[in-house]
Design a protein around this ligand. Structure first.
Ligand code: PLP
Length: 508
């Protein structure tokens, strides 16, 4: 995960002008131009412009170094939308979502999305004095930071009012949380209390979670679809355990559900599963519109059961460009495209469209898992059959002279991006591979992948340990070489679960 750009000390672009002094360039041609004959700037802006077509083509060419998005089975994030959705999104690109006065129709559409999603999560909607609230975010991470802040502030207010100390808030969660939870806790000065996985349990143990709660607990996190194995945590058991805790010890602790991926799957594949606002302890939920909400990257949602859980002092009433508006976000300006795209997806598919898609990819994931298991080489680690996200988390059945990371690396040379991970702490350093089945992961593609995985394993079987190690080292070097201009961004991440325990921060 590298998103923090480093301003390199080597800030001079070396262009080999000397060697080209005799060439007569034709700057009206992309590839006959001086621009194509030089390396594109890495550090310093050019002094002069270049023709638009050339700039387009050269950047386009540069991007060919990326993996294929549709073969990137590491990611939950949407890689296909219908042309009509893309058209609407392109048309909305110039609109700033925050300009409510100027773009009232856009604002209204955002509110419609909040309403539909809140109802999908069974938010109480019949009490006008106690309305549910929601907001569009850039993704689940922003939604989670906002929800955590709301939980912390509500807890602080209650502690202050009771004349009790309010300087040591904590939050209880599974050690297999996505890294955004570590960020939320760290950024908001909240102590992280982890329920650790074991070598055969990768979801939260509700009993242990309740035992970790104390008077400083701002909330407990339940995950609907963990990042590693896609399993649904037992949020009903968390709810019941916390009810009992209140009855016995008077501690009133609520739940936030991280439904980043499951929020748009479970309501259609497992509608009777009690995970949402039907449970009285669930006070807020996040979901990523850009995952199984089937919209391109950049949209998430946070929904609160009622105003009571969103302290008024966190909401800013700003008068922006002539209109009074309530704002609870971490950022201000953002494009309206993603929200418009989300609305298209909601009205275009309707509930039965969502059901058809989610059930179909669930079936594909089960088929894929069965095929992989039938090779005799692998064990599936998530239950499937609609009891988890439509993904296949699997590992080698037996010990070999190669591991899951070698398989992932070898698949990469066949253009598949299938990540290998080291599981959350206390799971014996367990390694796994994970294939996310998205909307555009068809049965034919799954069949091709199974064939390639088998061939990769057959190949690895014939190689000795040293050859595989040398080959793997070369693969790693290639990745590092590719990232040479990002050198320095790899900081000493000693503070995270990844840094401390070797858990891999999973791709989203
Ligand atoms: C369970 C869970 N929570 C949160 C996130 C972060 O989501 P986003 O990428 O939308 O910020 C992810 C990403 O995969 C996730 O799997």
């Amino acid at each position: 995960m590298v998103l923090l750009g480093t301003v390199s000390a080597d800030n001079v672009d070396k262009t080999d002008k000397q060697a080209k002094k005799d060439i007569h360039f034709e700057n009206s041609l992309v590839y006959g131009s001086q621009f194509a004959a030089e390396e594109l700037p890495h550090f310093e802006m050019r002094d002069e412009p270049m023709p638009a077509e050339t700039a387009y083509q050269l950047v386009h060419d540069e991007l060919q170094g990326d993996g294929s998005t549709s073969l990137n089975l590491a990611s939950f994030v949407t890689t296909y939308m219908e042309p009509h959705a893309e058209k609407l999104m392109t048309e909305s690109m110039t609109k700033n979502m925050i300009d409510a006065e100027e773009y009232p129709a856009t604002q209204d559409i955002s509110n419609r999305c909040v309403n539909m999603i809140a109802r999908l999560f069974n938010a109480p909607v019949n009490n006008a004095d106690d309305e549910s609230l929601g907001v569009s975010t850039v993704g689940s991470s922003e939604a989670i930071i906002l929800a955590t802040l709301a939980m912390k502030r509500k807890w602080q207010k209650a502690r202050k009012a009771a004349g009790k100390p309010y300087d040591k808030p904590n939050i209880v969660m599974n050690s297999a949380v996505q890294v955004c939870w570590e960020k939320a806790a760290r950024y908001l000065d909240i102590v992280e209390k982890y329920v650790y996985c074991t070598k055969d349990r990768y979801v939260i143990d509700p009993k242990e979670a309740v035992e970790l709660c104390d008077e400083n607990t701002v909330g407990v996190v339940g995950i609907l679809g963990t990042t590693y194995t896609g399993e649904y945590e037992d949020i009903k058991a968390l709810n019941d355990g916390l009810e009992k805790l209140q009855a016995e010890k008077g501690l009133d602790i609520k739940i936030h559900v991280d439904a980043a991926s499951g929020g748009f799957v479970a309501p259609f594949v497992k509608p009777d599963l009690q995970w949402d606002f039907r449970l009285p302890r669930v006070v807020s939920i996040n979901a990523s519109g850009h995952k199984y909400g089937m919209t391109y990257a950049g949209v998430g949602w946070a929904v609160w059961r009622s105003k009571e859980y969103l302290p008024e002092e966190l909401i800013f009433h700003v008068n922006y460009l002539g209109a009074e508006q309530a704002s609870f976000t971490l950022n201000f300006s953002k494009s309206a495209s993603q929200v418009i795209g989300q609305y298209y997806v909601l009205i275009r598919n309707g509930k039965s469209g969502f059901r058809a898609i989610m059930q179909s990819i669930t079936e594909t994931s089960d088929w894929l898992a069965a095929e992989l298991e039938s090779t005799g080489r692998f064990v599936r680690m998530n239950p499937g059959g609609g009891e988890s996200l439509p993904l296949v988390a699997f590992r080698l059945k037996e010990k070999h002279h190669y591991d899951e990371f070698a398989i992932a690396a070898r698949l990469r040379s066949r253009n598949w991006i299938v990540p290998a991970y080291t599981m959350a702490p206390h799971a014996d350093g367990l390694k796994l591979l994970r294939i996310v089945c998205r909307l555009d992961f068809s049965r034919s593609r799954a069949a091709a992948l199974v064939r390639d995985i088998e061939q990769v394993c057959d190949f690895l079987d014939t190689q000795d340990k040293e050859t595989i190690a040398a080959w793997f080292k070369d693969h790693q070097t290639a990745k590092q070489t590719h990232a040479k201009n990002r050198k320095g961004t790899k900081m000493n991440d000693k503070h995270s679960l990844q840094g401390k325990h070797g858990k891999t921060h999973a791709v989203c």
